[in-house]
Write a protein that binds this ligand. Structure first.
Ligand code: MSP
Length: 524
């Protein structure tokens, strides 16, 4: 059996989650759901990053302890996840005891080993940076705004403090070689190019402890230092699998871990983290995937701009699946996308109401109008086989292999293959576009054949062909839009989330449209 492990970043506990966080989490949720549908042994992890000076500061300002702050935020964030029906298998919080044990063991393992250049991985040095007394945090030169703190706009001081360093510079050559030997390790291409650029410049050692911040884990054997938040954060991906115990039931997932992250934190995942793993003597992740940002009127959505969108508002209004579809269909995964009400509604109406919803609704309605909901499944090769072969000629062999390997029809296998290839990349927009290309052909076929004018036998053939298409398409759609695709499968008289052999005769069930059209005129 294949295995799959996918992780989201662990989100900072300093502010409520918004659409940007939901985006990455939903993308991972689609991957996890697809792998479960394939029958893969799947593990999906997400959680919260609860350490560091920012949390310490915000808790202090609120007059509570950092732990109290984190506990409150975790309740809110879990509610966000519950409403978005995220199918994660575990939820990690970095203040947990299991994470302290794991981080401690990881630090010790890295400290005990040497770099590829034969030097100590961790050494004591001096950290120098621009310190803002209000933030109680350091900034690098580039972060400053006209020489002032970017948050408080007050003058910053150049300060030094004793700090442990991770000797990342010694891993530049190792990482260059690794990325060259594993071309799919960092995707998509445009984001990998950024990492290669950083490697060409050469990596610098990174400070991994603080003496001014108290909110974090103590450095092993030197409790005057607290481990830098990023060093402990990335380790969460191991904590959830039970590290340092490598004999536990979850450890098997490590070799198939896929990290999905926003482009701004790719360097931590594609450069620092692999070097840290190598330092601790552990295998590197299978893949690191970077996505772009959601912006509003061109500005990154987030707390600092105050332009966050709560995806739950859209889910309540238009359905959760409409949100999932919009986020993944609207932009290519590595690129940025501008969020707007207008585009949300346009995409909903064109893709969901007009194409999928309309195809399902009118086919099922006609099956009832003309045949009491009973339609024989067409015999032999489906109408879509020729279309798929013409449209995706380079996929033909793969589809045939899937069909014979899994005992599926060509049409069913076509959708499985489109999802496997597309989500393997992963390329969500492309996968949906290809699925929709076939669905659009379904509507065209229905218009051309005009079953309302056909003789009963021909009409039954027409409707049967569309039902075959809807069944095949609904399978990968269970990953993208679980509720609607499940409901569609039930309307087709099939189990929602189990693939049973197709019946000789479909017994379809009528219901409200899956995606009622949003009337923009009425809205205005
Ligand atoms: N705590 C770190 C991550 C540690 S992972 C070991 C962190 N947290 S965060 O709360 O800032 O979350 C960052 C991630 O949230 C981004 O990488 C991205 O996945 C998601 N997004 C937050 N805002 C976003 C947008 N405006 N657009 C798209 N995704 C965004 O960094």
């Amino acid at each position: 059996m294949s295995r799959f492990y996918v992780t989201t970043p662990i989100y900072y506990s300093n502010a409520p989650l918004h659409l940007g966080h939901a985006y990455c989490t939903i993308a991972c949720d689609v991957l996890a759901r697809w792998h479960r549908l394939r029958g893969d042994d799947t593990f999906f992890l997400t959680g919260l990053d609860e350490h560091g000076g920012n949390i310490e500061k915000i808790a202090k300002e609120s007059g509570i302890t950092p732990q109290e702050w984190c506990d409150r935020m975790a309740v809110q964030d879990l509610e966000f996840y519950r409403e978005l029906k995220v199918s994660n298998d575990d939820f990690i919080r970095t203040t947990e005891e299991r994470h302290r044990r794991c981080t401690d063991a990881f630090w010790r393992a890295a400290r005990a080993n040497k770099t590829p250049e034969g030097r100590d991985n961790i050494y004591l040095g001096e950290y120098e940076g621009w310190y803002c007394p209000k933030c109680e945090a350091y900034f690098v030169e580039e972060d400053l705004v006209e020489g002032n703190c970017p948050v408080h706009e007050v003058p910053v001081e150049k300060l030094k403090e004793e700090s442990y360093f991770f000797r990342l510079s010694d891993y530049t050559g190792f990482l260059k070689d690794y990325l060259a030997a594993n071309p799919d390790f960092v995707v998509p291409e445009q984001r990998k190019a950024e990492m290669l650029g950083l490697l060409r410049e050469g990596l610098r050692d990174i400070s991994i402890s603080r003496t001014k911040v108290r909110w974090g884990f103590p450095v092993p054997d030197d409790p005057g230092h607290v481990i830098y938040v990023w060093f402990d954060a990335v380790i969460n991906y191991l904590t959830a699998l039970g590290y340092p115990d490598m004999t536990g039931p979850r450890w098997k997932y490590w070799e198939v871990v896929h990290h999905v992250v926003g482009k701004e934190i790719l360097r931590f995942h594609a450069l620092l983290w692999p070097a840290m793993l190598k330092a601790a003597g552990l295998p590197l992740p299978k893949k690191v995937v970077a996505h772009g940002w959601w912006t509003v009127d061109g500005k990154k959505m987030g707390k600092s701009m105050g332009n966050q969108v709560d995806p739950r508002d859209y889910a309540r209004k238009y359905g959760l699946d409409a949100v999932r579809h919009y986020l993944l269909a609207e932009v290519s995964f590595g690129s940025d996308g501008d969020f707007s009400d207008k585009r949300f509604i346009e995409r909903y109406n064109t893709d969901l109401a007009n194409v999928l919803g309309n195809l399902a609704h009118r086919t099922i309605a006609m099956a009832h109008r003309y045949s009491q909901g009973k339609i024989a499944a067409p015999k032999g090769e489906s109408r879509w086989e020729a279309f798929v072969k013409a449209e995706f000629p380079d996929r033909r062999e793969a589809i045939e292999a899937v069909a014979s390997g899994l005992g599926l029809s060509f049409t069913q296998a076509a959708f499985v293959t489109l999802a496997d290839v597309g989500l393997g990349a992963p390329e969500f927009q492309g996968t949906l576009e290809r699925i929709w290309r076939v669905l659009k052909d379904g509507n065209k076929y229905l218009d051309e054949r005009a079953p309302w004018n056909q003789e009963p036998a021909e009409r039954e053939e027409t409707l049967g062909q569309v039902l075959v298409l809807l069944e095949a398409a609904s399978w990968p759609l269970l990953a993208f839009m679980p509720e609607s695709a499940g409901r569609l499968r039930e309307r087709l008289g099939l189990p929602a989330d189990r693939r049973a052999p197709l019946p000789d005769v479909f017994t379809v069930i009528q219901g409200d449209p899956l995606f009622p059209r949003i009337d923009t005129k009425k809205k205005a």
